[in-house]
Write a protein that binds this ligand. Structure first.
Ligand SMILES: [Zn+2]
Length: 214
């Protein structure tokens, strides 16, 4: 099934996640956006629509050439979602938000270093902060792609947070993790200079996670 009416279960899951972004405090108002890969393109939250009244049909079906279907205009950050989903086949979903603590650090143009071992959840030894560019521009998408090299999350200078995952639940989980780390780092900076884990220790952390679970 394709077209505006297709992907019903995915659309419903996206609406639920968008609402959860607000109720959980991960986002404020309509500033964040979500995308999910589907056959031939991706589904994206619409521009400037209240998540409380948004329905599954309001989600925009986009193709990688930037064309779209449906009654709504896509989010102004569609290029950020398009570039990521096009360039990284392992990425199935993208979450962007203006989360309080991640954005606070991003306003200082400061990433999150290895002050805690869970920084590894984003795929490396830090969460980088991308260079600044105006919202909704191809430059912003380009800067984001650089900061996301070898990573699953990054901050956007004076703007917010981007997290990706194989699917929507994975992107959600990582966004919550990065926002939690940002809050911890912010708090630690209030009372001193956090001690950073070195690369050798972070390598041990990655090995430990590889043996974790089954
Ligand atoms: Zn934004």
């Amino acid at each position: 099934m394709s077209g505006v009416g297709g992907h019903q279960a995915l659309r419903e899951a996206m609406v639920a996640t968008a609402r959860r972004m607000n109720t959980s405090g991960l986002n404020q108002g309509t500033s964040g956006n979500l995308s999910q890969r589907v056959e031939g393109g991706f589904l994206l939250t619409p521009s400037g629509l209240n998540y409380e009244t948004m329905t599954p049909e309001d989600l925009v079906l986009m193709r990688f050439d930037g064309s779209h279907e449906g009654p709504r205009k896509p989010s102004t950050e569609w290029q950020l979602h398009r570039d990521l989903l096009q360039a990284r086949p392992e990425v199935g979903a993208v979450l962007h938000s203006h989360s309080m603590f991640s954005t606070t650090l991003a306003c200082l143009r400061r990433g999150i270093p290895a002050f805690h071992y869970m920084v590894s959840a984003a795929g490396g030894t830090d969460v980088r902060c991308a260079e600044y560019a105006t919202f909704g521009t191809p430059e912003l998408a380009r800067h984001m792609m650089v900061a996301l090299e070898g990573r699953k999350a990054c901050l956007l200078a004076n703007h917010g947070l981007v997290a990706v995952g194989a699917d929507l639940p994975a992107a959600w989980k990582l966004a919550v993790e990065v926002e939690t780390l940002a809050a911890m780092y912010w708090r630690a900076l209030q009372i001193g200079e956090p001690v950073l884990l070195d690369d050798a220790e972070m390598e041990r952390v990655f090995q430990q996670f590889r043996g974790y679970g089954q």
